[in-house]
Design a protein around this ligand. Structure first.
Ligand SMILES: Cc1cc2nc3c(=O)[nH]c(=O)nc-3n(C[C@H](O)[C@H](O)[C@H](O)COP(=O)(O)O)c2cc1C
Length: 161
């Protein structure tokens, strides 16, 4: 099957989770295109879609939300898996899904929504981001489980075949 993977990522951590999902899908024989949300045009070409986003101060990426606004009808018409990354914990599944992400899930009628831990590299943050850190329970470190992302990609691959 033809699968689109589009991930909103400011500092690359969420993109690498998307890379794992894409690799798992490709290893199971699916044709995968990884495209930046802003560059996605031809959703009609795909049998299924994986969307991902980092979350900053409770918000999903604007580029992802723009994509959903532009291509909502086509996305609703095919299976969409949605993931988000953010929580600074090794048990991200215990963290509630932000309302903004829930809204994206509703708009695309997501088959499933999955959370992965996040990665915060203080030296990579912009001045604005540094000033926002005090508002959210964010800690430096890498809480991403890349093998869990790969395994999730395998689950999606199985669901598609
Ligand atoms: C200023 C700031 C705000 C954040 N807000 C949230 C948040 O509200 N919820 C959350 O789960 N993670 C939050 N995070 C953590 C990021 O979502 C996490 O680091 C994510 O993995 C970053 O992905 P990226 O490298 O793709 O940008 C925040 C991080 C920063 C620096």
């Amino acid at each position: 099957m033809q699968v689109l993977v589009a991930v909103s990522s400011r500092h690359g951590g969420t993109r690498e989770l998307g890379d794992q999902v894409a690799q798992a899908l490709a290893a199971r024989g699916h044709e995968v295109d990884q495209i930046e949300p802003d560059d996605v045009e031809h959703v009609h070409r795909y049998d299924a879609v994986v969307l991902g986003t980092s979350v900053y101060v409770g918000r999903a990426g604007l580029d992802l939300k723009d994509l959903v606004e532009r291509q909502g009808a086509l996305l609703r018409d095919r299976p969409v898996w949605l993931f988000w990354s953010g929580p600074a914990t090794d048990e991200p599944a215990r963290v509630g899904t932000p309302e903004d992400v829930e809204q994206v899930a509703r708009e695309v009628r997501a088959t499933a929504t999955r959370v992965f831990g996040g990665r915060v590299q203080p030296e990579a943050l912009s001045i604005t981001e540094r000033s926002l850190v005090a508002l959210v329970p964010v800690e430096p470190g890498d809480h991403r489980d890349l093998s869990a992302a790969y395994a999730w990609g395998e689950e999606i691959a199985s669901a598609l075949t």
